[in-house]
Design a protein around this ligand. Sequence first.
Ligand code: UFG
Length: 338
Amino acid sequence: MRVLVTGGAGYIGSHTVVELLLQKQEVVIIDDLSNAKEEVLRRIQTITGKTPIFYRGQVQDEALLTSIFKVHPFDAVIHFAGYKAVGESVEKPLKYFENNLLSTIVLLRVMEQFNVKKLVFSSSATVYGTPTKMPLTEADPIGGTTNPYGATKFMNELIIKDYCVAHPEMAATMLRYFNPIGAHPTGLIGEDPQGIPNNLMPFITQVAIGKRPHLNVFGNDYPTRDGTGIRDYIHVVDLALGHVASLEKMQHAAGYVVYNLGTGKGTSVLELVHAFETANQVSIPLQIQPRRSGDIAENYADCTKSNRELGWVATRTLVDACRDSWKWQSKNPSGYES
Ligand code: UFG
């Protein structure tokens, strides 16, 4: 299969590109490098022995996208490209709506022009808003998102869903990720946040390497077993393999489908910290802080549907993820610029 991967130089995109190349698929990446480094392409080459074709630019640049589709007869597209910082999206909503929505609209238009009918969209558990029950199934209500970033994931799902109504021959799969952590086991690719990390695992690894003095734990008074927030942490390689499984499934089926990609298991902030300390024999000093605004007490997936229909299951453990995150961080103390 020839696959266009938008945002293929990013954290989840690069791990997915590796798994696609290892399965002998042809990969073309488009990425504007707004939150990624070109060095990732060399690392992908080292892991797989293959260099993906790379175009630097924005998906909503219709002239560029058209010129890429003219050269490469794609069978499918995986659409990762998008801004993803929750806090920034609250401050700059138009930046998020313009980039994250326009890219999908232009992509669908160009796919239609070139008769490409398979699309995997990088969605998020954030589309469930503030859920009232756990675990979350794909049938649970969506919407009620609490920030513009989350709204763009929700709105993109609606755009693609309505597009599929008008084009019944289309196969579109929404993958709702829970909390991706970990890195490739080689330590060659991983998450490379710019500035102060928003997410828990990169913050933990930066404390471990001595870049930050301590971890701030946002709230220990939630109604959970130890008072800290509970999330469903999934190893990024398992997540990448979920995309490969989705593409395979789409060979044989049209229509709009949605899958949760998680482990089905909730882990608290303190449990993740302790797992990291044990797996890597390092100590993570922490300070309890007030709750972070917009956070929910717990969020974890029911993955029955993706397990059954995709024949996919997350097999890597929390310890694997802690070990791989630390290997990536310690081999690359300043990310790809190390
Ligand atoms: N946390 C801390 N300290 C930190 C960072 C996080 O205690 O420095 C806590 C949070 O309060 C939360 C948990 O760790 O309880 C996980 O927080 P993350 O920021 O890593 O992840 P979120 O669940 O908040 O966010 C993730 C994705 C978003 C997505 C959201 C909802 O990063 O893109 O899930 O699905 F919108």
